[in-house]
Design a binder for this molecule. Structure first.
Ligand SMILES: NC(=O)c1ccc[n+]([C@@H]2O[C@H](COP(=O)([O-])OP(=O)(O)OC[C@H]3O[C@@H](n4cnc5c(N)ncnc54)[C@H](OP(=O)(O)O)[C@@H]3O)[C@@H](O)[C@H]2O)c1
Length: 297
């Protein structure tokens, strides 16, 4: 059987490293080429075209992005360069080379004013520069004719990079107490779970006829405060966690208060069992603690 050739961008980020971690599971039928900004800058369209062409890539998985949500408020040009212009480059290259594009987007395309889970058809209304730039990237893909799956996700964490779980562990070791917002609700998502779902899409791309938007997060819903409490319990940290409101924790970018996803399209189209957030946290916490304690990013 011919191997699927998969070009991954942003491979040193949290999701990129998670894709590298699951790679051995798929090595029989997939050949991966992992790149990051030093080896393939996604803002360089010529370099992208050459790489995709030479590799004869069947898939491009874009794990690269501008992800500094608060910094984006004052770094607008760079946020749009990465999250819109470069994504348009990727889609145009995918279209001309006949590659399938898997692109990752975010719950921040929604304003969070709903009280019902957001489906892929819900009306986006981003309130931050980051959210607006990510939505512009989605629209750039939809304006081309490349085959594409846009997967919106949320609240990623893992043993790789910096994320909320590692921040809580660090604060628990350095502060007498931690204050965490309890009026923002979503679902923590293990980046390895997202990586496995991406590979499900890659291995069943025939299900995506042209272009589709999917929502993928781990199952359930919880506030950041409750998530922090759960992390402390599993990590046996004694540091007290106190609930506060978003108003008491001002940030440059506004975040959606309610960003729960309706996951049924991802689950049904691929007949896919999406893990529960608490089970994923439980199974990953020891690796996360290990990497935190040994300062491994
Ligand atoms: N993290 C979350 O909670 C979350 C939530 C919802 C959606 N998402 C989306 O999920 C995706 C993956 O997020 P993540 O957490 O894995 O992000 P991440 O850890 O910030 O990784 C992004 C990667 O992109 C690389 N990159 C930056 N500029 C680049 C360029 N010009 N060319 C190629 N690579 C470049 C970065 O390299 P440097 O580090 O060297 O800059 C980094 O390795 C993103 O699309 C993000 O918007 C994330």
């Amino acid at each position: 059987m011919r191997q699927k050739k998969i070009l991954v961008t942003g491979a040193n980020g949290q999701l990129g490293k998670s894709l590298q971690a699951v790679q051995p599971i798929f090595s029989d039928n997939c050949h991966f080429v992992f790149t990051d900004v030093d080896s393939l800058d996604i803002t360089d369209k010529h370099a992208l075209m050459t790489r995709v062409h030479n590799l004869k890539a069947d898939f491009i998985v874009n794990a690269a992005a501008y992800t500094a949500v608060d910094k984006a408020e004052s770094d607008v040009e760079k946020a749009y360069l990465l999250n819109e212009t470069a994504v348009r480059n990727l889609a145009e290259v995918a279209e001309s080379e006949g590659a399938f594009l898997v692109h990752i987007s975010t719950d921040y395309v929604f304003d969070g004013h709903s009280s019902l889970p957001y489906s892929p058809d819900s009306q986006p209304n981003p309130t931050s520069v980051y959210g607006k730039s990510k939505l512009a990237g989605e629209q750039a893909i939809l304006q081309t004719n490349c085959r594409a799956a846009i997967i919106r996700t949320q609240w990623l964490y893992s043993q790789f990079g910096n994320n909320f779980v590692k921040t809580m562990l660090r604060l628990a070791d350095s502060k007498p107490e931690i204050k965490v917002v309890n009026d923002q609700v979503g679902c923590p998502t293990l980046a390895l779970d997202l990586a496995l779902f991406i590979m499900e899409v890659v291995n069943n791309d025939y299900i995506v006829k042209e272009q589709e938007i999917y929502h993928f997060a781990d199952r359930g819903q919880i506030s950041w405060y409750d998530f922090a409490v759960e992390i402390m319990q599993l990590a046996h940290k004694k540091c007290p966690v106190l609930p506060i409101s978003t108003q008491e924790y001002p940030t440059a970018a506004t975040r959606p208060n309610f960003s729960v996803f309706d996951l049924s399209k991802a689950a049904n189209d691929f007949n896919y069992m999406i893990p529960k957030w608490n089970e994923s946290l439980e199974k990953s916490i020891h690796k996360i603690i290990h990497n935190y304690e040994h300062n491994i990013l």
